[in-house]
Design a protein around this ligand. Structure first.
Ligand code: PLP
Length: 387
């Protein structure tokens, strides 16, 4: 048999999704893969029920149902002030995952380079490989996960750099980039004429006093930002696979074509039902934030009681816990043992870092209070992990 593609030969299965399987195997409380164990807003699920008999059940427009794009454009204007034309500036995709892939394929040719902050959400590595690009990593230095502007400039100015990927708020670090940091990135993007591809799926989960700033709203950035986001986290519907690209028309023209060949379109009945969510008033987002703030506080104070050290999340719903005191030099082995001996699933930090980093594991806290309490109860036995 002929060799399968060289491009994908180095792919391993996703470590995050592997940890979900390991958690299931040991009956562990799964705090690895980031999805809620609570229900989406009932208005959205009720709407889905009501449209089931009559649809829409056939393909929607490739770039997304008209009412969905109109509602999304309004929501984006409300939260960011951006003028988004629903016909010109939006492509609805199968989650932010497809949005990112379509953006990368629209921007990159084989041999181009893409700057990625490390630690990073693991899909970005695969996105670059599938689009033929080569990643250039810039370290976010723990525990603050700040970057050195000179190191960033040295990376951005390399020959062949076409884009930078910005995950804000950031998974796994929980970092929310400050206005000043975003300005440094924007200035470099303009100076060296590169695109910024943003992944803003946690845009509505930003803890006070931190604030989310949309990169596209910075002066000079509207035309060179390709914003990717999704409904997965904001409305607790990760399985619905609804995301989108917002960008200028020249870019969305290309993204529409890539998207058409990748998936044809997002799921029509789910778009129809999710419009409800896009039309929610401000109170919904305030409550969402309040819910996650309580989960964060509960989980972090539990970690404090157990005596684990970690970086306080500024946004998103992840905590990076320092495991150096347990004496493991392989964090994957640590996570497998943690699931087996303590009964809690986590993701080895090394799957997010380009650097040879084995000091961290990542938990997520998008779980019901009872689930978090059960996980903390089990984690109180973490000293079993000492070598
Ligand atoms: C940073 C980030 N981007 C994208 C995704 C996936 O988003 P979607 O469900 O919209 O594909 C996740 C899911 O955990 C994520 O953490």
């Amino acid at each position: 048999m002929k060799e399968l593609s060289k491009r994908t030969a180095g792919f391993t299965d996703s470590v995050i999704r592997r940890m979900t399987r390991i958690s299931l195997k040991y009956g562990a409380v799964n705090l690895s893969q980031g999805f809620p164990d609570f229900d989406p807003p009932s208005m959205i699920t009720e709407r889905l029920k009501s449209i089931a008999p009559h649809g829409p059940h056939q393909y929607a427009l490739t770039w997304g149902a008209q009412n969905f794009r109109e509602a999304l454009a309004k929501k984006q204007k409300h939260f960011s002030g951006m003028e988004v034309d629903p016909d010109k500036n939006i492509v609805v995709t199968a989650g932010s995952t497809e949005a990112m892939m379509a953006a990368m394929m629209s921007v990159c040719d084989p041999g181009d380079k893409v700057v990625i902050f490390s630690p990073f959400y693991e899909n970005y590595g695969a996105d670059t490989i599938l689009s033929g690009a080569e990643p250039v990593y810039v370290t976010l230095i723990p525990p603050e996960y700040s970057f050195d502007p000179d190191v960033l400039e040295a990376a951005v100015k390399m020959d062949g750099v076409k884009a930078l990927i910005l995950c804000n708020p950031s998974n796994p670090s929980g970092k929310v980039f400050t206005q000043e940091e975003l300005q440094i990135i924007a200035d470099l993007a303009i100076k060296y004429d590169i695109y910024v591809i943003t992944d803003e799926v946690y845009e509505h989960i930003v803890y006070k006093p931190f604030r989310h700033t949309y990169m596209a709203t910075l002066k000079g950035m509207a035309d060179r930002t390709i914003m990717c986001s999704s409904l997965s986290k904001t409305y607790s519907i990760t399985g619905w696979r609804l995301g989108y690209v917002i960008a200028n028309e020249d870019i969305t023209d290309r993204v529409k074509k890539v998207h058409d060949f990748l998936t044809v379109g997002a799921a029509a009945p789910l778009m129809e039902a999710a419009v409800e969510g896009l039309l929610f008033p401000d109170e919904y987002y305030a409550e969402l934030l309040e819910t996650y703030t309580q989960k964060k506080d509960l989980f972090c104070s539990g970690l404090d009681d157990i005596g684990l050290s970690y970086t306080k999340p500024q946004g998103a719903y992840y905590v990076m816990v320092d495991i150096s005191r347990f004496g493991f030099d392989n964090d994957l082995e640590f996570c497998e043992k943690l699931a087996e001996k303590v009964g809690v699933g986590a993701v080895p930090g090394s799957s997010f870092f380009k650097e040879p980093e084995n000091r961290y594991i990542r938990f997520h806290f998008a779980k019901k209070e009872d689930t978090l309490k059960e996980a903390l109860e089990r984690l109180s036995n973490i000293d079993r992990m000492k070598k």
